[in-house]
Design a protein around this ligand. Structure first.
Ligand SMILES: *Cc1c(COP(=O)(O)O)cnc(C)c1O
Length: 408
């Protein structure tokens, strides 16, 4: 069975991380090396996670209470919650499901004189065209923050050069994961300095905690190979356990009600060293190979299945989402055919506090979303088989109703 996800890290990397944890690493030095390797321009900053840096950002900015932050309507729940915890108001803007960017014509309507910033998420491994958004934001003096957590594809792309802040995640399910950590670029030196001050006041993550994470994922990455995974799924079914829930809760970073306290830490030396190692030694051809697999699926589905983000730029297919009317049936059929497609994912529709705006596209996306397994190890032959299962489970499309006045 092809598991939904393959942790994008080798046991070798984890072993090196374990050694770093046991020996200890000079944290200041590791941070300097990492940040200058990531951004030789000098605008790089490392954090424990994207959420940690995003939280530090609002503290550093100290915007007036009630300031509004426009945000792409779909993201992980913590991102909107972090904005709220700083007494700011996330204002969602509905998505264009073809590009996964915000619908540009909605932007002026959600902007008020309290708007201070806009947060754009590049979802599913593609990129949103930033120029029109940047132009609009600059005209209104808004800060532009890019959430590139799902879009890491190598150092050639480190966010749009004109965005104020670009954030990349190396959490466990992300491309080239370090099992934690995030890298930002912050263009304004003054804001960068403020962020550093916030960061340096935070306690440092315990390296033994990171060691535990490494060991947990060493085990996971073995389980998440086709044969052991099939056995794991069969075992769970045998004892009546919901393997979907087990996986989902196991890979969640910062679980629990005290997540905000947990994210407010600096990364430990071994994590910083691991991040640098990943940037330096990651096999970037994996991204190209995964992207090619995704493009093959797009071709197979063209005209038959709606693929959100099919018109995004530089698609690297971090995940391969499809939008169907019968997600339960499609998922079941795929699983019966050996493809661990998943309906569970960590994203939600970000609602307005006053429930004012309707977000039909965002809701439509999350209601019918199925994520297909996609990574370089799956042979094209199996991808074709998977596409066949999806196509066969699609009800015939409603055809145009014939004219009420038949000719002749
Ligand atoms: C994973 C993810 C995050 C959070 O990244 P962490 O480094 O785990 O905090 C934020 N936004 C999006 C869109 C993500 O996919």
């Amino acid at each position: 069975m092809w598991p939904r996800k393959r942790f994008d890290i080798r046991l070798r990397d984890i072993a090196v991380g374990v050694v770093h944890c046991l020996r200890g690493v000079n944290r200041q030095k590791a941070r300097k090396l990492l940040e200058s390797f990531w951004a030789p321009e000098g605008d790089g900053l490392a954090f424990l996670s994207v959420r940690s840096g995003f939280d530090a950002l609002w503290e550093a900015l100290s915007l007036p209470r009630g300031a509004e932050i426009i945000i792409s309507a779909v993201n992980i729940p913590h991102m909107a919650e972090i904005i709220r915890r700083h007494n700011l108001v996330p204002v969602p803007v509905d998505l264009d499901l073809a590009t996964m960017g915000p619908q540009l014509d909605l932007l002026p309507g959600v902007q008020t004189d309290r708007t201070r910033a806009v947060v754009i998420a590049h979802l599913f491994g593609g990129q949103v065209a930033m120029e029109p958004i940047l132009g609009w934001a600059q005209r209104h003096g808004l800060l532009v923050i890019e959430d590139c957590a799902q879009a890491f594809c190598g150092r050639e792309y480190r966010g749009h050069p004109q965005a104020d802040v670009s954030m990349f995640s190396f959490g466990s399910i992300k491309t080239a994961t370090a099992l934690g950590g995030a890298l930002f670029r912050v263009r304004d030196p003054e804001l960068r300095q403020k962020l550093r001050v916030v960061e340096e006041r935070r306690p440092v993550q315990s390296r033994f905690k990171y060691l535990r994470t490494l060991l947990k994922y060493a085990w996971f990455s073995v389980v998440c190979r086709p044969v052991p995974f099939a056995a794991f799924v069969a075992g769970c079914r045998l004892v009546g356990a919901d393997y979907d829930r087990i996986i989902h809760s196991a890979v969640r970073g910062f679980p629990g009600d005290d997540w905000l306290l947990k994210i407010r830490h600096q990364p430990c030396g071994p994590l910083l060293a691991m991040l640098l190692r990943r940037l330096r030694t990651y096999d970037y051809s994996r991204v190209a190979r995964r992207a090619a697999k995704g493009e093959l699926l797009l071709k197979l589905f063209a005209g038959h299945v709606f693929c959100p983000g099919a018109h995004a730029l530089n698609r690297t297919h971090w995940v391969f989402p499809i939008l169907v009317d019968n997600p339960v049936e499609v998922t079941t059929r795929l699983q019966q055919s050996g493809f661990d497609a998943a309906r569970t994912h960590s994203m939600v529709v970000i609602e307005r506090a006053d429930g004012q705006t309707s977000l039909p596209e965002a809701h439509r996306l999350l209601a019918g979303l199925v994520c297909l397994p996609i990574y370089p190890e799956i042979p094209d032959e199996d991808l074709r088989k998977m596409a066949g299962v999806v196509l066969a489970s699609q009800p015939p499309r409603p055809v145009l109703v014939p004219s009420a006045h038949p000719v002749g």
